[in-house]
Design a protein around this ligand. Structure first.
Ligand code: 5U1
Length: 696
C-alpha cells in the first residue's frame, strides 16, 4: 500500500513484538504505547494535558530502554519513533487514489447567495440545507493514509492528482496519530486536513531565526510549507507544526456516519484534532451569521485563517451534487479580506520614542489590507532594513494580521525602479541632534539626548499622564506637545506648577477646559504606588512589573535603595530589568524629580505585607483567554500571579476560574461545559480592585 518503503517497516512478525522475549515485556511495551499515545492525544489534540511532564518523560524513557534492550519490540508506530529516519535525497511521487480537489471561493455575500441558490436549484427541494462550517486554516493540505489503524503514508496535495510523499516529516507532528486510538478501525482510511503553524509558534520561530541571523518566514503558511519541504525530518521535528483534519479522503471495509460533522467526530475519537469551532448551521443565513462571528474572533484564534469553509453536511446530498471539473459543488470557501497586499514605499521617517529608541517608520501609498487602510508600517530598526534590503521607491508586501502593527515582510525586487533610494540611518537624533548610540548586541539605536531631547520629553510626559499611570484626564498628546514646544514644561514635575493663564493660552483651549485640566492634574496627586512607579517610565517596567515591585518592597524608600541582588528577587525582574531600575534611581536628575513630585503632595495609601500563603488567590489556578480591552493577557496573568494564583495555558477540571475577554473561543466553551467560574473583563477588574489593584 505504501508508495515508498518506510524506514520504519515492521519486523517480519508484524506489529506485535516477537515471541522470543517474555510476554511480560511485550505486554509492558504495548501498555506504554497506549499510555503515551493517550497522553499525546490529551496534550496535543485535546489541549488538555492530564499526565505530568515528568511522568510522561519517565514512561517514554522506560519504553526507549525496553526498545534498546529488546530491539524486537520496536515497531514503526511506537511513540518513540517520530524522528529518527535518515534524510531523503528527494520526495517520491504519490498518486492520490481519490483526487484532492480545491475549493471554489466566495468573496462576498452575493457569491454565497449564488452558491446556496445553485444547490437548492439542483436539489429541487424546498427544505433548508444544513451546512457544516469551520475556519479555513492557512496552512498546507495533506492526505494521511492509515492501514489497519497505522499511518503508512502521508502526502502533499501537489496538483491534486499527484503529490509528494512526506511521511517522514508528517510523523514528527505530535498531533498526528501514528496509530489510531481504537482497535475498531477501518482496514483503509484516508484522512485529509491542514498542517499549520500556530501563531505563537510562528512568532517564536521567527524571533529565534532573527536572533541567529537567519531568514524569518514571511507568514505562518510559508513556515508550514517550508517545514514540510525538508528532506531531513529532524528539521521538521523542531518546527512547531500542528494538524487539524477536515475531511475524509476514502474509506474501505467500514461504513462511516452519513453526515460530514459526524464523520469528523468519529475522527476525533480515533485521535485526530478537529476544529473546535466546527458547527452545523441552517441555510445560508446560518452561514452568514457564522462568517460574521468568526470574522470577529479571527484575531484571537491561535492560528491564522483566511476564510470559512461551508460544506453540505448530509453526505447523500453531497453525492447527489457531485463535482465540477476541479471542485465539489457542495462546498465553498468564503474568503476574509487578505492580510497581505503590495504597495509603494514612499518614504522612511525616523521617530524618537520615550527611551530614545529611534524607529524607522515606512510611509506607504495607502492600501486596504486585513480590513483597514494602512499608510504607515514599522520597519523596527536598521538591521531589519538591511535584512529586507528595502529602498524608498520599492514595491513592498505589507502584512497586517489581527491587531498587530502592519509590517513590511518582503520587497518585490522585480519591480524596483532605477531611482529607488537606499535608506540612510540619521547620523544624529532627528529631533535634538544629539549623538546616537548603538549598544553592542542590541538592534535598537538610541538618541543619547535624554531629557534634552524634546521628543523623549514629550513621550515621557505623555506616558506619565496616561490612563494606567497618573491618569490625568484631558492631557492629550497634542496638549503635551504644545506645552513642551511653548517651553511651559520641561518634565512631568512641571505639570504641577502650571498656571491657568499658561494653559488657557494654548491653541483651541477655552478657560473652562484649562481649569478642568488643572483640576485633573491636581486630582492625580492621589494615586497608588504601583501607578506612580509605572508613571516614572523606568525602562522595561510595565504595569505588572511595577505591581510586583510594590508587592515585594511595599515602600518607595525601600525600593529606591534596593541593590541588584534584592531586585532580582522580585517576580518577573531579571538582570536586565534590575539594571534599568538601578540606573534610573541612581540618576541625580531622576532623584530630583521624584523628590519634587513627593514635595508637591503626590501620595498613596500605605501598603501592608502579606505572606505568600496568605495571598488572596493562593492555591487557585486561572486561565486567561480572549482579548481584554484594558490590558494584554500577559499583564492579566502577572496580576493574578501577584495575588498568589497559578496561571495555566489550558482549561481542565483543575481550573478554578477563567478570565474571558472578547472573542474568547474554545477555552471559554470548555470552561462553561465544565461549570468553571468565568469572569468577563469587568468582573476581573472588579476582582483586582477588590484586592487593591486599580488598573484604570
Ligand atoms: N476547513 C477546511 N479547509 N478545507 C480545505 N475544510 C476544507 N475542505 C477542503 C479544503 C480543500 O476540501 C474539502 C471540500 C474536501
Amino acid at each position: 500500500m505504501a508508495d515508498q518503503p518506510s524506514l520504519f517497516d515492521e519486523p517480519a512478525s508484524g506489529s506485535s513484538p516477537s515471541d522470543d522475549i517474555s510476554s511480560d515485556v511485550k505486554q509492558e511495551v504495548l501498555e506504554l504505547h497506549a499510555q503515551l499515545n493517550q497522553a499525546n492525544y490529551q496534550y496535543y489534540v485535546l489541549d488538555d494535558p492530564q499526565l505530568p511532564d515528568a511522568e510522561y518523560d519517565r514512561l517514554f524513557h522506560r519504553l526507549k530502554g525496553l526498545e534498546t534492550e529488546f530491539p524486537e519490540v520496536l515497531t514503526s508506530d511506537s511513540p518513540t519513533q517520530r524522528v529518527g529516519a535518515t534524510a531523503l535525497s528527494h520526495f517520491e511521487q504519490v498518486t492520490h487514489e481519490v483526487p484532492m480537489l480545491s475549493l471554489d471561493n466566495a468573496f462576498n455575500e452575493q457569491d454565497m447567495l449564488d452558491f446556496n441558490r445553485r444547490i437548492v436549484d439542483r436539489l429541487k427541494q424546498s427544505e433548508i440545507v444544513e451546512y457544516a462550517c469551520e475556519p479555513k486554516l492557512d496552512g498546507i493540505a495533506v492526505s494521511l493514509l492509515y492501514e489497519n489503524g497505522r499511518l503508512i503514508r502521508a502526502a502533499t496535495r501537489g496538483d491534486g492528482s499527484v503529490g509528494e510523499n512526506i511521511t517522514q516529516n508528517i510523523r514528527t507532528i505530535p498531533s498526528i496519530p501514528l496509530k489510531l486510538l481504537s482497535s475498531d478501525v477501518p482496514p483503509i482510511l484516508e484522512v485529509r486536513g491542514e498542517v499549520y503553524m500556530p501563531t505563537t509558534g510562528f512568532e517564536a520561530f521567527n524571533k529565534k531565526a532573527l536572533a541567529n541571523n537567519e531568514k524569518p518566514f514571511v507568514n505562518p503558511r510559508n513556515a508550514a510549507a517550508g517545514s514540510l519541504r525538508q528532506l531531513d525530518s529532524k528539521i521538521t521535528a523542531a518546527r512547531p507544526l500542528e494538524f487539524c483534519c477536515y475531511s475524509l479522503g476514502r474509506v474501505e471495509g467500514a461504513t462511516l456516519p452519513n453526515r460530514h460533522s459526524e464523520i469528523l467526530k468519529q475522527f476525533s475519537i480515533w485521535g485526530f484534532k478537529i476544529n473546535p469551532e466546527m458547527q452545523v448551521v441552517n441555510g445560508i443565513e446560518g452561514c452568514m451569521d457564522y462568517y460574521h462571528q468568526l470574522a470577529e474572533k479571527r484575531g484571537s484564534l491561535a492560528y491564522e485563517i483566511d476564510g470559512i469553509v461551508f460544506k453540505v453536511d448530509d453526505i447523500a446530498i453531497q453525492q447527489a451534487l457531485g463535482f465540477t471539473g476541479r471542485a465539489p459543488r457542495w462546498a465553498i470557501a468564503h474568503k476574509f479580506p487578505a492580510q497581505e497586499q503590495i504597495t509603494l514605499l514612499k518614504d522612511v521617517e525616523f521617530q524618537v520614542g520615550r527611551t530614545g529608541a529611534i524607529t524607522p517608520v515606512a510611509r506607504l501609498e495607502p492600501v486596504f489590507v486585513g480590513g483597514v487602510t494602512v499608510s504607515n508600517a514599522t520597519l523596527h530598526n536598521m538591521d531589519e532594513i538591511a535584512r529586507l534590503d528595502v529602498r524608498v521607491g520599492d514595491t513592498v508586501v505589507i502584512r497586517r494580521a489581527g491587531d498587530v502593527i502592519p509590517q513590511i515582510v518582503n520587497v518585490v525586487t522585480s519591480k524596483r525602479p532605477d531611482h529607488a533610494k537606499q535608506i540612510q540611518f540619521p547620523q544624529s537624533c532627528p529631533v535634538c541632534d544629539s549623538h546616537i548610540e548603538r549598544v553592542e548586541g542590541e538592534a535598537v539605536a538610541r538618541c543619547t539626548g535624554g531629557l534634552v531631547c524634546a521628543a523623549q520629553r514629550k513621550e515621557a510626559i505623555k506616558h506619565f499622564a496616561s490612563r494606567k499611570a497618573m491618569d490625568i484626564d484631558g492631557l492629550g498628546d497634542k496638549i503635551v506637545e504644545q506645552l513642551v514646544d511653548e517651553g511651559l514644561i520641561e518634565s512631568f514635575l512641571d505639570l504641577y506648577s502650571l498656571k491657568l493663564a499658561d494653559v488657557a493660552n494654548l491653541e483651541r483651549m477655552a478657560e473652562k477646559s484649562a481649569q478642568n485640566l488643572l483640576d485633573s492634574i491636581n486630582v492625580s496627586k492621589q494615586t497608588t504606588l504601583a501607578k506612580f512607579l509605572y508613571a516614572l517610565g523606568i525602562r522595561e517596567v510595565g504595569v505588572a512589573t511595577a505591581q510586583n515591585l510594590v508587592n515585594h518592597f511595599l515602600d518607595l524608600k525601600v525600593l529606591v535603595k534596593a541593590d541588584f541582588d534584592a531586585l532580582i528577587e522580585v517576580d518577573d525582574v531579571g538582570p536586565i530589568v534590575a539594571q534599568h531600575i538601578l540606573n534610573f534611581f541612581s540618576e541625580p536628575h531622576n532623584q530630583k524629580i521624584i523628590d519634587g513630585l513627593l514635595n508637591i503632595g503626590i501620595s498613596w495609601p500605605k501598603i501592608e505585607k502579606v505572606a505568600a500563603d496568605e495571598l488572596p488567590l493562593n492555591g487557585r489556578t486561572f486561565v486567561v483567554t480572549g482579548t481584554l480591552a484594558s490590558m494584554g493577557r500577559d499583564e492579566a496573568k502577572q496580576y493574578l500571579q501577584s495575588l498568589g494564583a497559578k496561571v495555566a495555558g489550558s482549561v481542565s477540571a483543575k481550573t478554578n476560574g477563567v478570565v474571558a475577554g472578547e472573542k474568547a473561543g474554545s477555552k471559554l466553551t470548555k470552561a462553561q461545559d465544565l461549570g468553571i467560574d468565568v469572569m468577563d473583563e469587568a468582573a476581573f477588574l472588579a476582582l483586582l480592585n477588590g484586592h487593591g489593584i486599580q488598573h484604570a
